[in-house]
Write a protein of this length. Sequence first.
Length: 393
Amino acid sequence: MSRVNSLRPPKYRCHKGKGLAVVTIAGRDVYLGKYDSPESHEKYRRAIAELMQSGGAPRPAKGDEITVAEVLAAYLRFAESYYVKAGRQTNEVPMLKRIMGVVRDLYAREPATQFGPLALKAVRQKMIELGWCRSQINKQTDRVKRIFKWAASEELIPGGVYDALRTVTGLRRGRTAAKETPPVLPVDDEAVEATIKHLSPTVRDMVLLQRYTGARPGEICELRPGDVNRTADVWEYVPASHKTEHHARPRVIFIGPRAQEVLLPYLLRAPDAYCFSPAEVDAQRRDELAASRKTRPSCGNKRGTNRKAVPSRKPRAKYDANSYGRAIRRGAKLAGVASWSPHRLRHSFATEVRKTHGLEAVQVSLGHSKADVSQLYAERDFALAARVARDVG
């Protein structure tokens, strides 16, 4: 099925032999009535509007059977433009591609109307055989249901197909051959102390800041001076983008005295510049190498002359969660401790806060409050989170 260019929709044309208006959609001629009649123009506009709304996947004509592969392709086109945050596709897109590969291998050429509960269970069994964990299988099964729900809403398939798929429930713990993943536990402070000795000063401060605030790794990477309100004794960091913003949930990270001490040197830059920059870390590393150079500057290669004119990879302006995690894992390996991820620092923070301030303090400090809470409840939550930051962070 061809992809539709939203800037150049299929043209309204005249079939000279029949004197009818026609438009070609996905290789199929759709006749619209007498050429240049108001009715034909109205049908053309309606057909193009439906085509654009469906992400380029036309509704099948009577007697046609849209295949599972065509449904997957249409939904992927929709998802690539829908799951976007800050101008970049979210991780939802690669997760969709992963499960689409499994479905396509088993049912690509089958009619989508024939994809029922047994087919979905067969896909689920394939995921078990591939060694995927139970929680991931359940999430991917829900994604398949979501694909067919969207297809039903676009009138690509009857609504009953999705209704039937909804009867397939998730795998239960202890009642399936799917493997279980161990729970994410806090990382020991001893492991953190050993690791940060082998990190660059910038990544070390990122670790400490996350440990003192309970922020998500991505929120630490996105931090900019302009996002921090320093008018009160406890600073407030409002991320420009965060995990639950599409649920209209407010997200405020409170920065206490210890975290302020770590962060303050990084705020002396432009308000929209990222505080933690791999490019700066690389420049610092090169400065240290130049300072430790034993050959006189007038002898040998001049600084920078042995570098590639067009390197294949350049240091970025900011870390992301993946590069931040890789730096930590390298440090842990050099320190001789078990590998750990930055997300476990969030669990460490939550464990400490729960011991000292209770479960509600954990929920509000980590941004786990529900979207439908009242403004008064939110203000009370923020006050509690600020008190936690003052005492813990």
